[in-house]
Structure formats: structure tokens, C-alpha cells
Design a protein around this ligand. Structure first.
Ligand code: SF4
Length: 435
């Protein structure tokens, strides 16, 4: 095919203008492609961006491609977050880049992406990279491209900083192992909590063979390479796209923590596409259309996402077991009250606790007390007896929240808030039921 004609059909084609007898073709440069691919990557959250850091998933004008990320040590850094390509053979119904949608497709070559990252890093605009991708032909060739990008950054440019690399479900063991060697964090998106729920989202993705197996391979590689502490792994669920229940998501999340040493799970509220997105027009003056939609319509979904994050913290940081989490009769987390308070209000036999004698585990179950506050209380207890609730004032603890659930020598607790839920009967979750 002749050059110009080939370019006209290429995904890199930007515009053409007729000038007399000639047709002038403009191709996208790397920056224009990166603009589109970085914009596309906003749908992927598994990069430790806290939801509160990204209200409505919209980035600031000054940091179009740059996302804040929290590291395990609590340090924040800015990442270049982008896809290698948004061309996809898959059919995930919730995704604006699935093969049935008519959106602009672009791909960055490993050299171009690596070089752009290097320039941004040298300019001190980013400290690390989050690289994800749609599936351009199959999992293996997509992973090859992503690995080639990261190899250039690591080996040619000798970048030693933070890299988060997405693993494409169904990748070979060799590709997963190489990713674990090169990256500081890797992740595979679960998307749905069970095979049945995933089948509602995609006819092509396989729950066990592709997704769960990739998670197993990651864990195996981390242990084989001695990288359990230096290469973390995470996942992400789409919330609300497959009519899954909160209980299904929390049960799957807990299984991942127990069986595969997952660092953490992310929950992304599904937002049905706006009419413009349905017609395939994804970007308008480079602003995501979702940001123009009324926030009120999305509020319950975001509150659901928020409750899932709260439960996730209870499981990971507060020592709660999965069967201590309460759901309503339809397996949903109540939206009107936070799950820790529900737990406390439905266990009158445990509360109020004695602030001077309760152990760390029980203190962590008090609404309003997190790990830092508990550490401060334990330190204070080593220095003095806590005589009144006001002794906690200097510890930066919100006393009205804590008051109904604790007692001190000088006071009885305020009567506890009314109980809104009855505990559901504990279920036995059979080993291997999910995966
Ligand atoms: S694999 Fe699914 S979620 Fe990922 S880009 Fe393709 S269609 Fe979208």
C-alpha cells in the first residue's frame, strides 16, 4: 500500500487537509498519543491513588498525565500513568475501549513511551510510572510490548525508581516472572468476584484460567525471586457492573488476602456511559465527559465504593475477620452507617470497653479509633492512668465518636446509638469455593 494511503488508515492519523491538488496528512506525534492513552488510563485505579485524591476521577489541568500514588511506606509520589495501547480485542461491557466501541485507537511504541517517560522524569515532573494496556492481539504479545518498554527504562535509562506494571490476564509464566523482576508493584484486575459475575461482563475473559491463574503466577514468582517485600501486588474490582453483591466482593477480596498475600484491593464504581460516550465520542476538548455528568446520580454508587473501602480497611488493618462484617438481607453493606459502627452497635456485650485495660485488638474495634490513635492511647497508658475521656483530647481523637463505646473511672459511657441491624448468621465459606 502506498505511504499516504497507509497513513490514512493508520490509527496514528490525525487529520487531512486538501491544499489544491494535494492532500496534506498530519500524523499524531508521541505527545498527542500519550495524551489520549493517559486519558484512557483514568479507568484503571489500581495504582494506590486514593479515591479521595481523585474526586470524580478528574485530574487537574496542570497534571494531565500525572497521578498521585501512595507507597507502602506512606510516601506520596507522582506517576506517569498511561496505557501502552487502547486498541483491544476484548469485549468487557463496562469498558469504553472494548472491541465493539468506536473510539480512537492509538498505540505507543516501547521506545517512544520509554523516551517520553525519561524526559518527564528528567524534568522532575514524574517520579515513577504506572503502565497498563488494552489487549492488542493477545495477552502474550501485549505483555511483550509492555515489558520491552519497562526494560528500556530500567536497563537502557537505568531508572531505579517506582514502576507499577499491569499484568494482562492469561500471560505466560515467563512474562509474569519478568514483570515481577522489573516492577515494584504488579496487578491483575479481578473486575468481578465470581466466574458467573465475570461472564456477565465479558464473553472472552476467563475467571480461573486467565485472572486467578495470573494472580497465582505473580505470587509464585515473588517467592521464587525473593521479592515478596519488594514487589507488591494489587487488584481492582468494578463495582456495580455485574449486579454483584457487596458480600461477593468482600468474600473474594478476603480470599485474595488470605491465599495470595495481596497488598490491597481497589474498588471502582461503575458509571454507565454518558450518551456521548455511547456514541463513541470519548473526548471533547480533551476533558473526560464523565466529569460533566451530574454528581448526584452517581452518589449511591460512590457511597457503595466508599463502604467497600471501609470494610477493606477493617480486614487489612483492624484485624476483623470476614464473618464479622455485617450485610443486610440482600447482601449489601448498609450505606447509611459505617461498617465499624454497625459492628459496635450490634455487639452490646463487647461495648463499652475499658480504656485502661482493653487490649489493642479491642481498641481497634472502637468507632473513631484507628491504628495511630490506638498507638497513642497505649503510649499514654504506659505513662498514666486514663481518668476521664478528656485525657484523650491531646491525642487528636474525635471524642464524640468514641464516647458511646468506652468507659473510664470517672464516667459511664453515653448510651450507645440505636442498633440498626441484626447480625446475620455466620456462614462457613468453604475453602476453594471461589478460587
Ligand atoms: S481488556 Fe477489557 S477492560 Fe481492558 S481495555 Fe480491553 S475491553 Fe477494556
Amino acid at each position: 500500500m502506498a505511504g499516504p494511503r497507509k497513513a490514512l488508515l493508520s490509527a496514528d492519523f490525525l487529520s487531512c487537509v486538501r491544499v489544491g491538488p494535494l492532500v496534506k496528512i498530519r500524523l499524531m506525534d508521541t505527545e498527542q498519543k500519550l495524551n489520549i492513552l493517559a486519558e484512557s488510563s483514568k479507568f484503571d485505579l489500581a495504582c494506590a491513588c486514593k479515591p479521595k485524591d481523585e474526586p470524580g476521577r478528574v485530574r487537574g489541568v496542570e497534571g494531565r498525565w500525572i497521578y498521585p500514588a501512595a507507597l507502602p511506606n506512606g510516601r506520596k509520589m507522582f506517576l506517569l500513568k498511561t496505557l501502552q495501547t487502547n486498541t483491544c480485542v476484548n469485549d468487557c461491557s463496562y469498558c469504553p475501549f472494548n472491541c465493539q466501541k468506536d473510539s480512537r485507537r492509538v498505540t505507543l511504541a516501547p521506545d517512544d513511551l520509554a523516551q517520553t517517560f525519561r524526559q518527564l522524569h528528567h524534568a522532575k515532573l514524574v517520579e515513577g510510572l504506572f503502565l497498563s494496556s488494552a489487549v492488542v492481539r493477545d495477552a502474550e504479545s501485549t505483555m511483550e510490548r509492555m515489558l520491552a518498554t519497562v526494560e528500556i527504562i530500567r536497563l537502557r535509562y537505568r531508572f531505579k525508581g517506582f514502576i507499577h506494571l499491569k499484568i494482562i490476564p492469561g500471560s505466560s509464566e515467563a512474562a509474569v516472572t519478568r514483570a515481577v523482576q522489573l516492577a515494584d508493584r504488579v496487578s491483575v484486575n479481578m473486575e468481578a468476584p465470581t466466574p458467573e459475575r465475570l461472564a456477565r461482563l465479558s464473553a472472552k475473559k476467563r475467571f480461573h484460567e486467565d485472572i486467578v491463574n495470573s494472580i497465582k503466577l505473580i505470587n509464585k514468582a515473588r517467592w521464587q525471586l525473593g521479592r515478596q517485600n519488594t514487589c507488591r501486588h494489587t487488584t481492582q474490582f468494578v463495582v456495580g457492573a455485574a449486579e454483584e453483591s457487596d458480600k461477593e466482593i468482600i468474600t473474594a477480596t478476603d480470599r485474595l488476602y488470605q491465599a495470595y498475600e495481596l497488598e490491597r484491593a481497589y474498588f471502582s464504581a461503575y458509571q454507565p456511559p454518558a450518551p456521548q460516550e455511547q456514541s463513541g465520542v470519548l473526548f471533547q476538548d480533551a476533558q473526560p465527559l464523565r466529569s460533566q455528568r451530574p454528581a448526584a446520580a452517581d452518589a449511591p454508587t460512590f457511597m457503595r465504593e466508599h463502604r467497600l473501602y471501609q470494610v477493606d480497611f477493617l480486614l487489612r488493618r483492624y484485624g476483623f475477620a470476614r464473618d464479622e462484617i455485617l450485610f443486610d438481607t440482600q447482601d449489601r453493606l448498609p450505606l447509611e452507617k459505617d461498617p465499624k459502627r454497625i459492628y459496635a452497635d450490634t455487639h452490646p456485650e463487647l461495648f463499652p470497653i475499658d480504656l485502661n485495660t482493653a487490649d489493642r485488638e479491642m481498641l481497634l474495634r472502637v468507632p473513631g479509633l484507628g491504628p495511630i490513635a490506638v498507638r497513642r492511647i497505649l503510649k499514654l497508658r504506659r505513662q498514666q492512668r486514663i481518668r476521664q475521656l478528656e485525657d484523650l483530647k491531646s491525642l487528636r481523637i474525635h471524642l464524640p465518636t468514641v464516647a458511646p463505646y468506652v468507659k473510664t473511672p470517672s464516667r459511664s459511657p453515653i448510651s450507645t446509638a440505636s442498633v440498626i441491624l441484626e447480625p446475620v448468621a455466620n456462614e462457613t465459606f468453604q475453602e476453594g469455593l471461589l478460587f
